[in-house]
Design a binder for this molecule. Structure first.
Ligand SMILES: NC(=O)c1ccc[n+]([C@@H]2O[C@H](COP(=O)([O-])OP(=O)(O)OC[C@H]3O[C@@H](n4cnc5c(N)ncnc54)[C@H](O)[C@@H]3O)[C@@H](O)[C@H]2O)c1
Length: 374
C-alpha cells in the first residue's frame, strides 16, 4: 500500500488529537494510503521534541516553515492558534500539500475566502476540523433526513455550551484577543453548530443576533487585568435559504455544560434530538401510527451505523471524542485517494465564516443581515 507523509503543526490538545488519529487510522480503517508520521512542529522546541518521541514522528522542528517545505510531508495538519491558520494554510497550499486545518478556519470571512481560493487554485484536498459531523449518530440523522423519514424539514435549533471560561479567574490568553482569535465563542464553538446546520438542513441565508461578554477583563499571568475583546455568549436567529427559521446559540461560560452541543430538528413527519454529551444516542420521533404509541425513542448506535462497527462490534458500547478524529482522518485519506469528496472542505469552511461574519454585522448594526458567500 502507498504511504503518505504527515506533518502536524502544534502539539497541544488538537495536535495530539491529529497525531493519535493518524497513528490509529490504519488499524481501525483500511485507508487507501497508509499515513507515515514524518514531522511535527511547535514554536516551543521542547514540546515539538516531546511530541516526536510520544507519537514516533521521524523529525521535530520549532519552525513550521521547515515542516511545510519538507518533501516527505504530503499532508499538513494545522492545529496552532487561530491567527496562524491562514499563513500556514496558504504556505502549505502554495507548496502543493493537502491541508487538514482546525476550526475556525480563519479570523475573518475575507481571510477564509482567500484560503478557499488558494485551495481551488492548488487543486489539493482540504478538510476543516468540524469533527462532530463525523459521529455515527449524526450520520444516521443525515440519512434519515435524506430518505425523507422526517418529511419536509420545518425547524432547527442548535446550541453549543461549555463552561471552560465560566470562572472569572480563567486566565487572559490568545482566545480573548481579537487579533489572535477573531470572534470569541462564535468562532470557537458556534461555528461547529453552523456547520451542523448546513449538514442537516442546508445553507443559512440570513441572521439576527446578539452577544454578551460577562467578564470584561481577565488577569494575565502577572495579575494584570486586561480587556476581553470578544464575546462569551452568542444567540442568533437564523433563516435558511429554504425559508425555515432556526436558532443557533453558544456559550463558553455555561456552568455545568462540558461538551453541550445539543440540537433539535423537526419535519412534517417527525423529529430528532441529539446531545454530544451522549453522542452514541439519537432520539427519534416519527408521527404515531397508533394512538397508544407516542414519544421519542432512543436509538443506541451500533454496527449498522457506519463507521461504528470499525471500532467495536458491540451495540451501545460507545465511541469517544478522539474516535471522531480517527473517522475524520479516514475521510481525509479517502478523499486524497479520490474515493470521495472531502467535506467540510475549505469551501464549507468559508461558508461557515460567512455566516459568522453576518452574525457579527447583525450584532453591530442591530438588524437582520444577509450571508454573503462570494
Ligand atoms: N475540533 C475541535 O473540536 C477543537 C477542539 C479544540 C481546539 N480546536 C482548535 O484547534 C486549534 C488549537 O487549539 P488547542 O486547544 O489545541 O490549543 P493549544 O493551546 O492546546 O495548542 C496550540 C499549539 O500550537 C502551538 N503553537 C503556537 N504558535 C505556534 C507556531 N508559530 N508554530 C507552531 N506551533 C505553534 C502551541 O505551542 C501549542 O502547542 C484552535 O484553532 C482551536 O480552535 C478544535
Amino acid at each position: 500500500m502507498n504511504e503518505i507523509g504527515i506533518g502536524v503543526i502544534g502539539t497541544g490538545y488538537m495536535g495530539a488529537c491529529h497525531a493519535q488519529a493518524m497513528a490509529a487510522v490504519g488499524h481501525v480503517f483500511e485507508p487507501p494510503l497508509r499515513p507515515r508520521l514524518v514531522a511535527v512542529a511547535d514554536v516551543d522546541a521542547r514540546s515539538a521534541e516531546a511530541a516526536r518521541a510520544r507519537f514516533d514522528f521521524a523529525r521535530a522542528t520549532d519552525d513550521w516553515h521547515e515542516l511545510v517545505a519538507d518533501p516527505d510531508v504530503a499532508v499538513v495538519s494545522i492545529t496552532a492558534p487561530n491567527i496562524l491558520h491562514k499563513p500556514m494554510a496558504l504556505a502549505a497550499l502554495a507548496a502543493g500539500k493537502h491541508v487538514w486545518c482546525e476550526k475556525p478556519m480563519a479570523l475573518t470571512a475575507a481571510d477564509a475566502r482567500e484560503m478557499r481560493d488558494a485551495a481551488r487554485a492548488a487543486g489539493v484536498t482540504t478538510l476543516v476540523g468540524y469533527n462532530y459531523v463525523r459521529s455515527p449518530a449524526l450520520a444516521l440523522a443525515r440519512k434519515l433526513v435524506e430518505e425523507g423519514e422526517l418529511g419536509r424539514i420545518t425547524q432547527f435549533r442548535a446550541i453549543f455550551d461549555e463552561d471552560y471560561m465560566g470562572r472569572a479567574d480563567f486566565p487572559y490568553g490568545w482566545r480573548v484577543q481579537r487579533k489572535l482569535a477573531g470572534s470569541g465563542v462564535l468562532g470557537d464553538m458556534g461555528s461547529h453548530a453552523i456547520n451542523l446546520a448546513h449538514f442537516l438542513v442546508g445553507p443559512i441565508g440570513e441572521v439576527a443576533a446578539g452577544t454578551y461578554t460577562a467578564h470584561a477583563e481577565r488577569a494575565d499571568e502577572k495579575g494584570r487585568m486586561l480587556p476581553v475583546e470578544n464575546e462569551d455568549v452568542i444567540e442568533a436567529l437564523v433563516r435558511f435559504e429554504t425559508g425555515v427559521v432556526g436558532h443557533i446559540g453558544a456559550s463558553r461560560i455555561a456552568f455545568g455544560r462540558k461538551n453541550g452541543l445539543d440540537l433539535e430538528l423537526y419535519g412534517t413527519k417527525g423529529g430528532l434530538r441529539f446531545t454530544q454529551e451522549r453522542f452514541n444516542e439519537l432520539q427519534l420521533f416519527k408521527t404515531a401510527e397508533r394512538s397508544d404509541d407516542n414519544g421519542f425513542r432512543t436509538i443506541l448506535t451500533g454496527p449498522p451505523h457506519p463507521p461504528f462497527g470499525r471500532f467495536t462490534p458491540g451495540w451501545g458500547h460507545g465511541l469517544g471524542f478522539n474516535d471522531l478524529k480517527v473517522i475524520e482522518a479516514a475521510h481525509l485519506l479517502d478523499a486524497i485517494a479520490g474515493r470521495s469528496r472531502a467535506w467540510p472542505d475549505f469551501e464549507e469552511g468559508a461558508r461557515v465564516e460567512a455566516v459568522c461574519d453576518a452574525i457579527e454585522t447583525s450584532v453591530t448594526e442591530r438588524r437582520w443581515t444577509r450571508v454573503h458567500t462570494t
